[in-house]
Design a protein around this ligand. Structure first.
Ligand SMILES: [Zn+2]
Length: 241
């Protein structure tokens, strides 16, 4: 059964421009406030980020062009997210969920992945550091834990010496990046190996997507990580950086 109310909603959504959607959502969130003029621009970004601000009673919205062709219900969800943020209110969970679900769609993820490759520029230092050579570390672990079968991605030290982000795997550039803070003689090799091993497991166990959820460290990932000999000592050493 399809109620007439539901039909009306569908029809309204179908014919609304993004500007009209934002104006309507604004009216719903701020019924007492006059609806500002809405100006929407699409920009070429390497991600799906969007921005909103209210300036001289004009609601200025900048949306990543990856969302330009998104269906009206997604634009509506984005309007709820951005306007709620503007007025420091919590976004209703249903809209948050609808938006996440869309970004998690296989075709949308693939497009974002391509955009990051093309538009996002990546700093790659190369594997040789002052103290450690990442290629050596990688190949040694490859032999010990992966029968030497893991294809070598780009290996790089990070530009800054971050303490909070010790390593990451960037699937868009197929690169493992370790924090420069690890490239010091006082950092035991075991600690560097552990961070590299963790990132290699990200290559081995890709991120799982189900619905709006995204699981980075799956159960099998965690199980494999526990098999690293010297895990405790490595973690201990990393605490003292
Ligand atoms: Zn991780």
């Amino acid at each position: 059964m399809l109620s007439s109310e539901g039909m009306q909603l569908q029809t309204a959504l179908f014919f609304e421009t993004p500007e009209q959607i934002f104006a309507r959502v604004h009216r719903e969130i701020r019924p007492q406030t006059a609806v500002p003029e809405v100006r929407i621009g699409f920009r070429r970004y390497a991600n799906a980020n969007s921005r909103i601000r209210l300036k001289d009673s004009v609601l200025e919205v900048v949306i990543a062009d990856v969302l330009q062709g998104a269906p009206a219900p997604i634009m509506e969800a984005l309007a709820w997210i951005l306007i709620s943020k503007l007025y420091r209110r919590a976004t209703p969970a249903a809209f948050e969920h609808r938006y996440r679900l869309y970004l998690n769609r296989r075709d949308v993820r693939r497009e974002l992945h391509l955009l990051r490759q093309i538009r996002g520029r990546k700093y790659i230092s190369g594997p040789q550091g002052q103290t450690y050579n990442l290629e050596e570390v990688f190949e040694e672990l490859n032999q010990r834990f992966f029968h030497g079968l893991m294809g070598r991605p780009l290996l790089s030290w990070s530009r800054g010496a971050s303490r909070s982000l010790l390593g990451h795997f960037d699937p868009s550039h197929n690169a493992i990046v370790l924090s420069l803070i690890l490239d010091r003689p006082e950092v035991p090799r075991l600690a560097v190996e552990y961070v590299m091993y963790h990132e290699m497991l990200h290559l081995r166990f890709p991120v799982e997507h189900s619905g709006a959820r995204r699981c980075v460290h799956t159960a099998e990932f965690k199980k494999a990580e526990r098999e690293f000999p010297g895990l405790k000592e490595a973690k201990e050493a990393l605490k003292h950086l």
